[in-house]
Design a protein around this ligand. Structure first.
Ligand code: GRF
Length: 222
């Protein structure tokens, strides 16, 4: 092809990370049809995921939050770095900064996050520890659109895992993470295929019955 292997009509995805980047890696490895990961941006220069992205020929950018005098200044710099890649979709994948309302509104309808709990339970930090302390039997992860309310936007897909006797924070986190790596690429595939439809009452529908069934991912019990 004249422009090389990359179809220039592909949707552009920018992924934001702060650390390990295993969800970013799962999305890159999924090779979502009709999309390309244009850039991986981190607020930390030492984010381990940057090396994976660079090794896969993806542009990497660091926007160090400590270099900006205010959250608004950081958000503006981050927005400029993202928009340089004209993204159709921005994916937060373990991005550990709270983003301001203006930033969130700028990407309304094209900003996804993954949160390691069954929202609306356990928004915020230390979700696995809090799930264990609460004694819940089911835990999991949620992919949702981002709105100004922290971990509060419309839910796209959830995965449920059991909390097993003897679990600690690490074993539970590992079980949830394995499911995150399935549902995040799935959500991105649906977005790119145009299957996610907002409803008038602020939810999201997955636009066909078969897909909607998989919007709840239930792994079999051992
Ligand atoms: C994941 O558990 C994600 O749900 C949470 O932060 C963790 C990031 O892990 N938001 P990774 O950087 O994708 O490996």
């Amino acid at each position: 092809m004249f422009f090389g292997a990359q179809d220039m009509t592909d949707k552009s995805i920018v992924i934001l990370i702060s650390g390990r980047g295993s969800n970013m890696e799962a999305i890159v490895r999924a090779n979502v049809p009709g999309a390309r990961v244009a850039a991986v941006i981190s607020n930390r220069a030492d984010a381990a995921g940057l090396a994976f992205a660079a090794a896969h020929g993806i542009a990497t950018v660091v926007v160090d939050h400590t270099a900006y005098p205010s959250r608004a200044a950081f958000d503006a710099a981050l927005q400029a770095a993202i928009d340089a890649h004209a993204p159709d979709l921005v994916v937060l994948a373990g991005f550990m900064r709270v983003l301001g309302d203006d930033f969130v509104r700028h990407y309304a309808g094209r900003l996804l996050n993954i949160h390691p709990s069954l929202l609306p339970s356990f928004p915020g930090l230390h979700t696995h520890r809090r799930a264990l302390a609460a004694g819940v039997r089911a835990h999991g992860a949620t992919v949702h659109f981002v709105t100004p309310e922290l971990d509060g936007g419309p839910i796209v897909v959830q995965a449920v895992v059991p909390v097993l006797p003897g679990d600690d924070e690490d074993t539970l986190a590992d079980r949830v993470l394995a499911e995150e790596h399935k549902i995040y690429p799935q959500a991105v595939r649906w977005f790119v295929a145009g299957r996610l439809t907002p409803t008038a009452d602020g939810r999201v529908e997955v636009a066909d019955a078969r897909a909607e069934r998989f919007a709840l991912h239930l792994p079999p019990l051992d």
